[in-house]
Structure formats: structure tokens, C-alpha cells
Ligand binder design. Sequence first.
Ligand code: SAM
Ligand code: SF4
Length: 334
Amino acid sequence: MTAPLIDPFARPISYLRVSVTDRCDFRCVYCMAENMTFLPKKELLTLEELDRMCSTFIRLGVEKLRITGGEPLVRRDILTFFRGMSRHLDSGALRELTLTTNGSQLRRFADELVACGVRRINVSLDTLDEDKFARVTRWGRLAQVLDGIDAAQRAGLRVKINAVALKGFNEDELFTLQEWCAARDMDLTWIEVMPMGDLGNEDRLDQYWPLRDLRARLAERFTLTDLSERTGGPARYVRLEETGQKIGFITPLTHNFCESCNRVRLTCTGELYMCLGQEDMADLRAPLRASPDDALLEQAIRAAIARKPKGHDFDYSRQKVDGQVSRHMSHTGG
Ligand code: SAM
Ligand code: SF4
């Protein structure tokens, strides 16, 4: 038996998020600068290397794999990778294969994703207004994403919508988005904007709409019941008693989820980040490339997990962005 991955704070590591590309067909204002420089292609793990990497983690006890990016569905031949991972679903080693996407390519890929064993996906959508959508994504078209969501639901995928809460931008859509999701039987999770990457002239504090404000606004119209269910991640859920709908809040800036953290993140270049909010990482690409068997890689993974920190250091409270990390979400995979 291979010993499972347990970190120094006795947290079993069962969830791996993998960024398969840093590229994207959108340029969301909170995520990338418009003239974003991407990594040279040779830096990226090949699809075969991604397969080896993920398969090793699965052998070491990872049961849930979330594919993200950049936009995972713009990586060429990415379905080959999904097909490869489906063998771990078939064997029962992997319990869930899922992805986070901006939705632009779902029309093309929804059926094949289902065929690969994907059952649930997260689609990021911050607004239902065409002009605002074009403004926040810079390059995106709302109609294409809505069409993608239709295709996903028709293919049988369960869709959860993730919306980044942006001050002065989608505050007025709090109820519209909630009603739209309810009508389509989709869960909705709000994400607090995080201080990551260099965005050019966007001011981070200007974008910050604290979820406690959003929650208070919801409470003016609905009776909220806190749900105890946790996913090991930063999401907290409430139920709107009047409709039965579940709404999630991801507040990565508080420390309320670190103690149950079960996840690590692999970048598209093979760096393993043990915590989203810390700079410490381990290079797994070198040991992967150094030898065709996985012994060195496994050793490097175990050494990295042994360094997983207790928590992160984000803090907006002093009106400056403390604990800011310099890399982009598109690199680490949000
Ligand atoms: N392109 C895909 C998408 O947009 O869903 C996957 C990658 S994207 C980096 C993953 C998630 O991170 C998205 O829901 C996006 O809204 C969120 N995100 C990006 N930058 C963020 C930031 N600075 N703060 C909070 N969430 C952010
Ligand atoms: Fe692309 Fe997703 Fe970042 Fe938007 S949030 S720029 S869709 S990676």
C-alpha cells in the first residue's frame, strides 16, 4: 500500500487543482492585464506529462481533480487529457473529475466532457448584461457563454455559476443573478476579489466588495440559514428559506477555511503550490523529466506536502493589500 499524502497539520491531501494552460480567450479585468505576456509553450507540461503528474497524485490518494487555467478548454487537444483521466474514474481511484471554465468553448466540448465522466462544472459569469460582460472580460461575448451553458445543461452537466463580487459593477445584479440561477436550477457562488498578479491600472481596493455586505443585502429580502456542509475549500453556504436555493460565498481573505484545507495546486509549468496565498512552491517538472519512472516525482511530492503551511496571509483590513502574491490566478489556477 502506498502511504497517503498527509501534511504536517494532519490534513489529508485529496484534492488537486491543475492549471493546464495560462492562456485564455478572455482578459478579465481582475485576472489579467490586457497585454498579458504568456509563457513560452516549451515551459508548459505536455499533455503526456500532465497525465503522468495527475496519475501520480491519484496513486498517492488524490480523489478529486479540478482542471482549470487560464481557460482549460482553449488548450489544444485537452480532451485527450480528459479521456486519459477517465480511466481513473473507471478504476474507482478518482471520485470526481471536474473543471472551471469561462464557458466560451462549452458548445463544442460539453458532450465529450460528459463522455469522459465529467458530471459537474463551474462556469464563471459575473454579469448578465451584454455590455458589462464585454467590459469585465474585455474580449468575451455574453451570448457565446450563455449558449455554452445551454449546451452543458443539455448534455447533462450540473452547472454551478461562480461570480466575482465587484464593487459598483455587479452589486445591482445580486438578485437578478440569483433568480436567473434559480430558474435554471444552478447553484451560485460569489467570490471575493483576491489580490493577485499585476493588472496594469486596475486598482484592487476599488474592486473590493466584501461578501459580508452582499450577504447583508440578501438578508434584507430572504431568511438565510447557514449550512454546515463544507467541501474542504473556502466556500461557505447559506440556504434562502423562501426559495430553498443554496448560495455560496468564497472569502479567501479570511482564515476560516485553512484548518480543513485538503488541496494543493499544480501550475501549467509543473510547480506545486501548497497554499494559494503563499509564495512557497515546489518544482515537480524537474523530477518528472529527470526519470521515466515516478519514484523521484513521488519523493518531490511528499517533500512538498511536508512543507504545506498552516494558512495564508491575505489581509485587506488595513486599507492596503497586505500579503499580496505576485503571480496571476491564471497561472496557479483559481
Ligand atoms: N478561465 C476559467 C474561468 O474563468 O472560470 C478558469 C480559470 S479562472 C482564473 C478561475 C476563477 O478565478 C474564475 O472564477 C475567476 O473569476 C476567478 N478569479 C480570477 N481572478 C480573480 C481574482 N483576482 N479574485 C478572485 N477571483 C478571481
Ligand atoms: Fe480568463 Fe478565467 Fe482569467 Fe477570465 S478569469 S481572464 S476567463 S482565466
